[in-house]
Design a protein. Sequence first.
Length: 89
Amino acid sequence: MIPTKTMKERKEAEVEIGIRYESLQGTMTERSRRLFAGCEALAFGYGGIEAVSRATGLSKSTVKRGLEECREIESGQAPKLSLSNRARV
């Protein structure tokens, strides 16, 4: 069992997420931004969606969608693409 992080550790982790996000923000696409946020939330653990949202300024729904996409990738499922993102045949 992993010990619960203290409030100080959680706040420090949140600041680090914000620093990483700021350093990459200019190079990310919408999808990579979601994946970054989702993977950070997954790594953070309990409260990760809220923490990443605060650290990055992204909406909780964006972080949640990124988290779902990260889990799809982990499980080997192909990420779902919207009609506008599918290749035309």
